[in-house]
Write a protein that binds this ligand. Structure first.
Ligand code: SF4
Length: 306
């Protein structure tokens, strides 16, 4: 059993890969989402906040270069010399190729930026978009974050994500054909979810050529369908104990090579409705460490190739 880290921490991965501490610059590039603009739906995923699954307040203007420069200036002398431009809010591949290129280029304006990371939906990945992303690979570490949340398409329908698990598979295949790192998003505590759903989702993820995972608990934020469900007693948020127990299951069954990018969601404090524990990131991080030690668990302990 590893003495130091019981799962593959992102910071360690970055340190090994880039030789030093590397930070992400979160960018709101003013994208929208087909699940928001009426192409697929106006409602969005039932948990999606007005910030579009980003942790930042939306910028009133989307001057990408300025956002990057502001971040770099604010980090002067803070012991980080390498950065990844991270397009976070909404669907960051949902535009024309020309506009995508112009937006990505606007972020890559400083020699200290060594990576380009783009969060998107599986149905917004095409060969053409992946060719564009791959064109940055000679100079930058390129990665794509793909939503999945669950492998159960019935729950997918219920949460109104408007893409199928097979579209996720298709997107991973296109990205990996072009050697682009894939980070999958998984949520615990979705409405109607059972333990079997969590089990099947980990297995589904293990069977895909993904390099990273972000896991977080389902939380309720203002002005969402999930908030209405909560107020009408149609959704009960999970407890911290439930989350940690299931997180331990996920991590101990996860493929040992996958990098764990996140185990807690950053619910915006001003918008969070429930559960209250969600704002205490340390409760999740420390509680999880404690649980792993007590139960002598580590990433992949129970992983079986299927
Ligand atoms: S795909 Fe992402 S941005 Fe679009 S509605 Fe769902 S959570 Fe929000």
């Amino acid at each position: 059993m590893k003495d130091k880290e019981r799962y593959n921490h992102l910071n360690t991965y970055y340190k090994n890969k880039f030789g030093e501490r590397t930070l992400k610059i979160c960018i709101d590039a003013g994208f929208t989402c087909p699940n928001r603009d009426g192409t697929l739906s106006h409602a969005g995923c039932i948990f999606c906040s007005e910030k579009g699954s980003g942790e930042l307040i939306r910028f009133s203007n989307f001057d990408i270069t300025k956002q990057v420069q502001n971040f770099l200036n604010s980090y002067k002398g803070k012991r980080a010399n390498k950065f990844i431009a991270y397009f976070q809010n909404f669907t960051n591949t949902y535009d024309s190729i020309q506009n995508l290129k112009s937006k990505y280029d606007s972020a890559l304006v400083d020699d200290r930026i060594i990576g380009l990371s783009v969060a998107t939906r599986p149905d917004c990945i095409t060969e053409e978009i992946v060719n564009l992303l791959a064109s940055y690979s000679d100079t930058y570490n390129v990665s794509v974050e793909l939503g999945l949340q669950t492998s159960n398409d019935k729950i997918g329908k219920l949460i109104n994500r408007c893409y199928s698990s097979s579209q996720f598979t298709n997107a991973v295949n296109i990205l990996r054909k072009n050697n682009i790192e894939v980070i999958v998003h998984m949520m615990i505590g979705l409405p109607t979810e059972t333990f079997d759903d969590i089990k099947n989702t980990v297995e589904f993820i293990n069977n895909h050529d993904v390099q990273g995972i972000k896991i977080h608990s389902t939380y309720v934020v203002k002005n969402t369908v999930l908030a209405n469900m909560y107020y009408n007693n149609k959704y009960t948020p999970i407890t911290l104990e439930y989350y940690l127990d299931n997180l331990a299951y996920v991590v101990s069954h996860l493929r040992p090579d996958i990098i764990v990018h996140r185990i807690s969601g950053d619910a915006p404090k001003d918008l969070l409705v429930a559960p209250e524990w969600n704002i205490h990131k340390k409760w999740v991080l420390n509680g999880f460490e404690k649980l792993l030690k007590e139960q002598n668990l580590w990433q992949g302990k129970y992983y079986k190739k299927s």
